[in-house]
Design a protein around this ligand. Structure first.
Ligand code: C5P
Length: 224
């Protein structure tokens, strides 16, 4: 049945932004809406997968039948992602994880200092979640996203190798009306051997096409 090709397959998807606290009332984050990850979760569930959605703070309702784990920071998303790997066949990293977090989070609200016009906050690197997943002993089939503004293919293929993933879904964020915080998306998907292009469409249609590519590549890998 072509509509249930993911029956019994456990898929974990990360989605949305992360928030990195500076103090009890402030944080560093980004404009990710979570829509692409939630669309993937909804479609994957409909085609038979057992879906776990690890979501940063977003304004979206949980798709029917999907198990949702809410997280705030990159460290929490990292922890939730790694602790679920025993039961994961396919991992799709769709979240816009903050690259850095504050080295120390102030316990009290930081006060404006009279006469001091500059403030320096030291940031430290967050773990690369998909890289740690793809190098784990219980390695699932791994898919990462890449947002690029130029040299799409070169950068995407480099990321495929560096992150040790099976597929990379790249979008050209320099083009208007697609990707980040938009209703639509277009993707170029790369494996180490092939390229698949998904033309501009609403995120649910794109999710459905991407999942088809994933299922084919996943089946290929399990055979080989
Ligand atoms: O390296 P870059 O951030 O461009 O890679 C994007 C891909 O890596 C996305 O799939 C994103 O979800 C994932 N990622 C991650 N953990 C990070 C940074 C990015 O899983 N700390």
């Amino acid at each position: 049945d072509k509509n249930s090709y993911f029956t019994g397959v456990n898929i974990t998807i990360t989605a949305g932004p992360t928030q990195e606290a500076l103090d009890p009332v402030r944080y560093i984050s980004n404009h990710s809406s979570g829509k692409m990850g939630f669309a993937l979760a909804e479609v994957a569930q409909k085609i038979g997968a057992n879906v776990t959605l690890i979501s940063g703070p977003v304004q979206l309702s949980t798709p029917n039948g999907v198990t949702r784990l809410n997280v705030t920071s990159a460290l929490e998303m990292h922890q939730a992602s790694l602790s679920g790997l025993k039961n994961c066949d396919i991992f799709i990293a769709c979240a816009a994880v903050a690259d850095y977090r504050a080295e120390t989070v102030a316990e009290q609200k930081m006060k404006k200092q009279p006469g001091i016009d500059e403030l320096t906050i030291k940031l430290v690197k967050n773990p690369d979640i998909i890289k740690d997943v793809s190098n784990h002993q219980n390695r699932p089939f791994c898919v990462a996203f890449a947002a690029e503004t130029q040299h799409l293919e070169v950068y995407a293929k480099d990321k495929l190798k560096r992150k040790n993933v099976d597929l990379i879904a790249a979008n050209d964020v320099a083009k208007n009306g697609q990707g980040f915080n938009s209703e639509k998306n277009a993707l170029s998907v790369f494996s180490s051997e092939e390229r698949f292009d998904i033309t501009l469409a609403d995120k649910k249609a794109v999710a459905s096409q991407l999942l088809k590519i994933i299922s084919q590549q996943y089946a290929l890998k399990n055979k080989g």
